[in-house]
Design a protein around this ligand. Structure first.
Ligand SMILES: C[S@@+](CC[C@H](N)C(=O)[O-])C[C@H]1O[C@@H](n2cnc3c(N)ncnc32)[C@H](O)[C@@H]1O
Length: 260
């Protein structure tokens, strides 16, 4: 892994308050969110982990981690947050070489996490009914340098034939009515393949669980992930005042050929 920034690299600039700005280090002046118009090419040759002045401000130059990419993503629709995305990666056993179908590309946050995890050798096929969502997802995935892992398809995953793939390792659904996509997901998954539904409301989670229990899926469970950051200050440690109250419920299941 190169220790210095090369032309074309994606870097994350972190300021002294921990705020992050993602930049592609290519020649030419352009608008960079949070920095204004500038030419980032003087960063070429900077050591990752060193500090640099960009647009009159001091930053630490970082090689982007998955968390950096998710935290600096350009979003339109509600995205799956890092705390939930990493749970989905674990719950669906997503790892290098796996093939995943995603229903609801949205802004491409979950697509980015999936694409990051299936490299090398894996594939993510993400579907959305909205061309503008697919454009946004593609933009973010390209920005993360993960485009070669992903395919983007305009499709309704709840429609008959909406998921034509077979022997898929995992299906991840973030759509309003995931229960309507379960027959297609079952057909697409390999035996023992994993399913995850992300639903903002408990009613949606309940409907998903009921539908899964009526089909050949096992290990059906729903979790909510609560993450509480700690403020570590001179006089002590206390929970951050900015805890995110709620994002969504995660429902997991595995395809089987027969149930007991
Ligand atoms: C909340 S967004 C997904 C956000 C995404 N998970 C992320 O992390 O950026 C939901 C997306 O599902 C899409 N959608 C809704 N119903 C769908 C369906 N039946 N098939 C495919 N996509 C669908 C919407 O157009 C929208 O872009």
């Amino acid at each position: 892994m190169d220790l210095k920034v090369a032309s074309g690299d994606r870097v994350v600039l972190m300021d002294s308050d921990g705020r992050k700005i993602a930049v592609v280090v290519a020649p030419g002046a352009r608008r960079v969110g949070g920095l204004g118009v500038l030419d980032p090419s003087p960063l070429v040759g900077a050591a990752f982990g060193s500090t640099a002045t960009v647009g009159n401000r001091r930053f630490t130059v970082l090689r982007p981690s998955l968390l950096d990419l998710l935290e600096t993503l350009e979003r339109r629709a509600q995205i799956i947050l890092p705390k939930d995305a990493c749970h989905i990666l674990l719950g669906c056993d997503i790892s290098a070489g796996k093939t995943v179908v995603e229903g609801g590309a949205g802004s491409g946050a979950m697509t980015t996490a999936l694409a990051w995890a299936v490299r090398p050798g894996g594939r993510v096929i993400t579907c959305d009914v909205r061309p503008d969502s697919l454009r946004q997802a593609r933009h973010n995935v390209e920005r993360a340098g993960l485009a070669e892992v992903c395919s983007f398809r305009e499709a309704d995953v709840t429609a008959p034939g909406g998921i034509p793939e077979r022997d898929i390792d995992a299906v991840v659904l973030d759509i309003p009515e995931p229960w309507r996509a379960l027959d297609g997901a079952w057909e697409a998954l390999r035996p023992c393949g994993h399913l995850a539904c992300y639903t903002p409301t408990a009613n949606q989670a309940e409907q998903s669980v009921r539908a899964l229990r009526g089909r050949r899926f096992i290990g059906v469970r729903t979790v909510e992930v609560l993450e509480r950051e700690m403020a570590v200050v001179e006089k002590g440690i206390r929970p951050s005042f900015e805890m995110l109250g709620h994002s969504g419920y995660l429902t997991f299941a595995r395809k089987v050929l027969e149930t007991l």
